[in-house]
Design a protein around this ligand. Structure first.
Ligand code: SF4
Length: 419
């Protein structure tokens, strides 16, 4: 029985060997191997295919994530409006401070020692919010002589000042040659002083009166020593608002054109906003959008400065008596929104001149990283009732008091001295 079983098993083995190698079965098995090989090949191909697809997908997702992240961090108009209207003051301060820290991680808060020089108060533009201007025939209308301007600059230099903020009135008769002579005289006589001057409305009017282009005015003044231009005259960049508060002033597209041309010629500028008249929240967001869009295009704005309308002695207050004084809460909310929305403008100034030193200091907790100027002389908002003043020592103290590092800067935001 045992022998029988053993023989059976032996035969089975032999049969298997035979079967496997007999021609028919062999080829059948060879085919099977080819199939396996073929399948492996296909599998390898599929594996490579899917690997490449997953690499491409990963790359695509990475870029998508990057784009999405940029879009996510950039505040949309709707989001900005929502935050302005509904977010708590506390949270706005926290968000603006986080954005400020991202842009200024060393916690350095700057200021500049400069002087406003209003070379003339003669102006034909008649902005209803302005209490500074005079018509040419009025008793207290003036144009400063070069010598008077020189004296003011020397006083500034005596206290270590580095910049003059030079602005008029828009005088109806001063042409490009007068401005060229003035800028050239200052820059030759006081080469260490930076001329930050002439707002968009002045530049535009000089061009029209002199029958040359805006670009030509800017180029000629730059060649004589003009360093940068202030954002004054922006008020609210919404034609609907401008038609009410300053109907003769240049419109939004012209203000943007002047700054665009300046940036393209290498003249940096600042962007400003004066709010608190008849604008809506939507107008404020429109203003910020114009600034952000132009900054995306040229990168020429060094800073953003917002201040509130000062109504004393103005025609606008007589015509629109319903306008109330902007609260500190409103100022701080708008400042925080500006810091969050203008992600491409590095510096945001506090407007202690209109808000007073206490709110000016608090503004550092709402996105501002610069206290602006020590304002040796200020005439424009002073004429409308804002008469705050601060010296360098007070600024240093205010900055230290909020745990930041004070530093004196120049026009280009280079640090000159730390305290
Ligand atoms: S704000 Fe300027 S442009 Fe307007 S009236 Fe006053 S000085 Fe003239």
């Amino acid at each position: 029985m045992f022998i029988k079983e053993k023989t059976k098993a032996k035969n089975k083995k032999i049969n298997f060997k035979y079967n496997f190698f007999n021609s028919k079965t062999f080829f059948k098995n060879q085919n099977a191997l080819y199939h396996i090989y073929d399948f492996n090949q296909k599998f390898l191909f599929l594996e490579t295919y899917f690997y490449l697809i997953s690499c491409l997908s990963a790359l695509f997702c990475y870029n998508l994530r990057k784009i999405f992240r940029t879009q996510m961090t950039r505040l949309s108009d709707k989001e900005a409006l929502y935050l302005l209207q509904h977010e708590s003051l506390h949270n706005l301060g926290k968000m603006a401070s986080a954005k400020k820290l991202e842009l200024h991680p060393k916690k350095i808060t700057t200021f500049i020692v400069d002087r406003n020089i209003n070379y003339t108060n003669v102006c034909w533009v008649d902005c209803k919010f302005c209490a500074f201007y005079r018509h040419a025939k009025e008793d207290d209308a003036y144009i400063l002589s070069f010598e008077e301007i020189g004296k003011k600059i020397e006083e500034l230099m005596d206290i270590g000042g580095t910049q003059i903020l030079f602005q008029g009135g828009v005088h109806p008769r001063l042409k490009i040659e007068w401005y060229e002579d003035l800028v050239s005289w200052i820059s030759k006589r006081y080469p260490s002083v930076t001329i930050h001057g002439f707002s968009a409305i002045e530049i535009d009017y000089i061009a029209r009166l002199s029958k040359i282009s805006i670009k030509e005015v800017l180029r000629r003044l730059r060649d004589k020593g003009l360093s940068s231009i202030p954002g004054a005259g922006a008020e609210i960049l919404s034609d609907k608002v401008r038609d009410v508060i300053a109907p003769k002033k240049l419109d939004v597209s012209k203000w943007l054109e002047v700054h665009r041309e300046a940036h393209l010629l290498g003249i940096k500028s600042t962007a400003t906003m004066m709010f608190g008249t008849v604008e809506t929240d939507e107008d404020i967001i429109e203003h910020l959008r114009h600034v952000r869009d132009l900054q995306d295009e040229t990168g020429g704005f060094r800073a953003f400065i917002a201040w509130s309308f000062q109504g004393s002695n103005t025609k606008l207050m007589q015509e629109q008596p319903q306008i109330t004084k902007t609260s500190s809460n409103r100022y701080l909310r708008i400042l925080a929104i500006a810091r969050l929305y203008l992600d491409n403008v590095v510096n945001v100034q506090s407007s202690w001149v209109t808000q007073g030193s206490y709110i000016g200091q608090l503004a550092l907790k709402f996105g501002a990283n610069d206290l602006g100027s020590t304002m040796m002389e200020e005439n424009v908002v002073a004429a409308a009732g804002a008469k705050n003043s601060m010296n360098q020592a007070q600024m240093v103290e205010l900055i230290k008091d909020v745990g930041e590092h004070p530093a004196k800067r120049d026009t280009a935001y280079n640090i000159l001295e730390r305290f």
